[in-house]
Design a protein around this ligand. Sequence first.
Ligand SMILES: *Cc1c(COP(=O)(O)O)cnc(C)c1O
Length: 372
Amino acid sequence: MTKPEKRYLLTPGPLTVPAEIKAEMLTDHSPNAATHQGMTRAIRAYMLELCNGAATHECVPLQGSATYGVEAGLHTLVDREKSRILVIENGFYGKRLTEIATGARFDVTTLQLPMLPLPTEADIEAALAADPAITHIMICHAETGTGVLNPVAMVAEVAKRHGKLLMVDAVASFGGFPLDAAAMDVAAIFISPNKCLESVPGVALVVARRDLLEASAGRSPSVVLDLHAQWAFLEANGFWRWTPPTHVVAALAKGCERHRAEGMEARAARYRANWRRLVDGLRQRGFQTLLPDDVAAPIIATIVDPEDPAYSFPRFYEAMEKRGFIIFPGRLTAAGTFRIGCMGDLGESDMTLVLAAIDESLAEIGVATEPA
Ligand SMILES: *Cc1c(COP(=O)(O)O)cnc(C)c1O
């Protein structure tokens, strides 16, 4: 195959960004200008619209990657003197939530579960019963470390029943999988612009329950990781505290327009078709996926390394990279795997190119596969 003009970033994010979104970054915007402030308002409103949170929640943008939003959300929304956070860990990003909350000096307890089966009501009930001091629950929606899509609506039910506040890492899932902030009564949802929203990295978005946000003035021990201060400042002045990532905001405003035009269901269907094409093609070639299809979030495929002694991820990566396709290693929580993302500016015809590049790359490094 000839190397495609497009460079394919087949990772769990950032990803292959549509040219139309990148083009938005060629214009410089002043943070004080109505255009930039209008974009900020439109982005915040669209996040709430996507999760049915307009009546009950607020969206606060913050400079940084999505993790900055998680830490800022904890500092701002959780009273560390009176709280204990239960983190449901069934993969790398669950563990990372523990790392963030522990690092930020919160009282944390973990429910460590294997990758599968999925967490059940009974698992969470038992963890809550064992430790009545728990006030908050955190979980990843799409656990991109393995590709598992966690049952967050069920977790929200359990949390509500026990009077606990739920915080969801929807970094990888937001915009591709429905989440109903009002119905779930969720305390916080953490969002990235550079996963299912298909824009560029550089801003964190947090959807927070309005009453909790209103009650959080002055709580954060950090000057910059303070969602209340950012929110109050934005509401009062229309512009961000500190310099906003103006180009990133412009890109995301376009990303929201494109998302609206495509629709969440159609976007999810496109990712599913990409993933289906990829997974079927890899299975035909003798590969195995880490997960059965019914629990997999179709935004990333986690593939078990071939047993062929000629296989090494670095060599495979290099062969793919040379052809314009960037793939991703597995996580420690899923050792012996590699990952290929299905999100971004990709359609089924692109996945056909990915499979052709895989064939060539494996042949180049001397790994035998079953003929497709
Ligand atoms: C990508 C990802 C993150 C990390 O987001 P950053 O933007 O790198 O801070 C967190 N959680 C999940 C589930 C992810 O997929």
